[in-house]
Structure formats: C-alpha cells, structure tokens
Design a protein around this ligand. Structure first.
Ligand SMILES: NC(=O)c1ccc[n+]([C@@H]2O[C@H](COP(=O)([O-])OP(=O)(O)OC[C@H]3O[C@@H](n4cnc5c(N)ncnc54)[C@H](OP(=O)(O)O)[C@@H]3O)[C@@H](O)[C@H]2O)c1
Length: 271
C-alpha cells in the first residue's frame, strides 16, 4: 500500500456473500478490516478480520460502531457500503411498511454510514466510499421494483456526493455487479401483500432470478472489482463487476430505449 500507516477499511454486511469475500480480500491486501453483521462476531470465527455488531437501520448502532472503530484504529480510510436486502414480488404487493424497511437498509443505512464517516475522512483529507449498487440500479427489475428503486437511489446519491467531496480528497464510487452466487435470494423477503393476479409472472420471474443467481459470478469477482476501485489512482465513478454486468450496462447505454424494452421483455419471458 505504499506507506507505513495501515489503512483501515469498514465493510458492512461482512457475515456472508460479497461483504465477507471483500473483507477477506482487503485483509489479504494489508488493510485492517472491520466487518459488520447484525449478529456481531458470534458463531463465526474469523481470523482475517474483525466482525463487529452493527445494524445500519439504527442511528445509535451506527454511532457507537464508528466510535468503536475510531477508538481502536484511529482512522477510517475506506467504507464499503455493502449490507443490503431484497424484496421479491410485484410493486403493488408490498405494504408501505415493507417499502420503508428496504429503503431503511439499502438507502438510509448507506446514508447513515456515509454521514458518520465523512467527518473523519474530511479531517484526514482522504478516503474512499464504495457503494455496492447493482446492475439493477441501471435497468428495470420487474417483481423486484423496490430493490431496483433502492439501487437507482444509491446511484443518484453516490454520484452526486462524489462531486461534493472530491474537494476534500474523498471519492464516492459505485460498484455494479450482476447476479452473484450468494445467499441473497434466501435472505430476501417475499412481498407481504401478495395478489393472485400477479402470481404467474411473479413465479416465473422468481424462478429466473433463482437460476441466474445459482449460475452467477462468485462473490470474489466483486471483491476484486472493489479492490481495483480502491487502488486506481484516479477511480472511475462506477465499476461494473463481471461480464454480464458489463454487457447489460453497454446495452442500456447504447441501445435505443424501444429496442432495449422489447429485448428485455422477451428475455424476461413477460407476456
Ligand atoms: N447477490 C447478487 O446477485 C447481488 C447482485 C448485485 C448487488 N448485490 C448487492 O450486494 C450486497 C451484498 O449482498 P450479498 O449478495 O452478498 O447478500 P448476502 O449474502 O445476503 O449478504 C447481505 C449482508 O447484508 C447484511 N445486512 C442485511 N441487513 C442489514 C442491516 N440492517 N444492518 C447491517 N447489515 C445488514 C447481512 O448481515 P447480517 O444478516 O449478518 O446482519 C449480510 O452480511 C447487497 O447490497 C446487494 O444488494 C448482490
């Protein structure tokens, strides 16, 4: 890492999947890593990084976690906002409580963490904030509309923030994976107010998602993309991760909207 000070990284949601792979990879690159889980380190022996308790939906939890990291390590160089959840079902099939719950984790949770680390990064005059978005933050996701809308919000927030904090030597960077083989699908909640009228398409789309995730990229692919975003001297605003994410991003960018729309519906087998 080129200097004698050991860099300190926080990775939220490091108990499994992309977060765990990232925490392990960053530790192997020499970072002192504080991973987080709502359950804390209990039941998970990990020698590569510390796994601390954090619920990103709680202001108090975020505040005491950050104080704890700063008192132990004295600095924060990297924040990887990875913790996230999914809701599967038609947009009309979720109560507003469920809408609030997913936004409270995927969007407000990210914002809580960013607001908590920025004073330290501004003081240090450097820092990198890496926000795990998704290719679904760029394209639609029928029967995952809530999830897709949280990731679209992450995109807008992260890129706007980047323009504000660059003057302090801080960068806010987006990572856009496509389907990745983790337990995300199992951790996702079904829509809480299901309606028969959406049953057939909901089932079809959920089978497609399940298949795509089982055959997706390994979590390590995303971990390596994150490491690249941290080591690039001049980082990009956004990094797609994996071949499929790169292809989808190009299609979204270069295809006329009507062509993308019809191809997308055909691919999703929507009537
Ligand atoms: N898998 C994919 O196909 C895919 C694709 C694109 C983007 N992503 C994004 O990648 C990120 C990681 O997902 P994953 O696939 O690795 O899924 P995962 O294995 O289910 O990991 C989710 C992590 O988030 C943590 N978490 C959930 N709610 C939390 C909360 N309120 N406070 C703190 N931590 C919380 C969980 O920790 P605890 O339960 O231990 O608290 C867990 O470690 C998410 O942001 C997801 O949207 C995933």
């Amino acid at each position: 890492m080129g200097n004698k000070i050991q860099k300190v990284a926080i990775v939220t949601g490091a108990s499994s999947g992309i977060g765990e792979a990232t925490a392990i990879h960053l530790a192997s690159l020499g970072y002192r890593v504080f991973g987080t889980s709502r359950k804390g380190g209990s039941g998970k022996a990990n020698t590569q990084f510390e796994l601390l308790s954090l619920d990103i939906t709680s202001d108090d939890s975020v505040e005491s976690f950050i104080k704890n990291v700063v008192s132990q390590a004295g600095r924060i160089d990297v924040l990887v906002n990875n913790a996230g959840m999914g809701v599967t079902g038609g947009a009309e099939e979720s109560s507003l409580e469920q809408v609030h719950s997913i936004f409270n984790t995927n969007v407000y949770g990210m914002i809580r963490m960013i607001k908590a680390v920025l004073p330290y990064m501004r003081n240090q005059k450097e820092g990198r904030i890496v926000n795990i978005s998704s290719i679904l933050g760029k394209i639609p996701a029928p029967f995952m509309a809530l999830y897709s809308s949280t990731k679209h919000a992450v995109e807008g927030y992260s890129e706007s923030l980047d323009h504000e904090v660059r003057q302090f030597g801080i960068r806010s960077i987006l990572i856009e994976p496509a389907y990745t083989k983790t337990q995300f699908d199992q951790s996702s909640s079904p829509a809480d107010s299901p309606m028969d009228i959406y049953g057939k398409n909901r089932k079809k789309l959920s089978e497609l998602t399940e298949f795509a995730m089982k055959n997706g990229d390994p979590a390590e692919t995303v971990a390596h993309t994150i490491a690249r975003a941290l080591s690039d001297v001049t980082p990009k605003l956004r990094y797609t991760s994996g071949k499929q994410a790169g292809q989808l991003a190009k299609m979204r960018r270069f295809l006329p909207e009507s062509l993308f729309d019809s191809g997308f519906r055909k691919n999703m087998k929507l009537d």
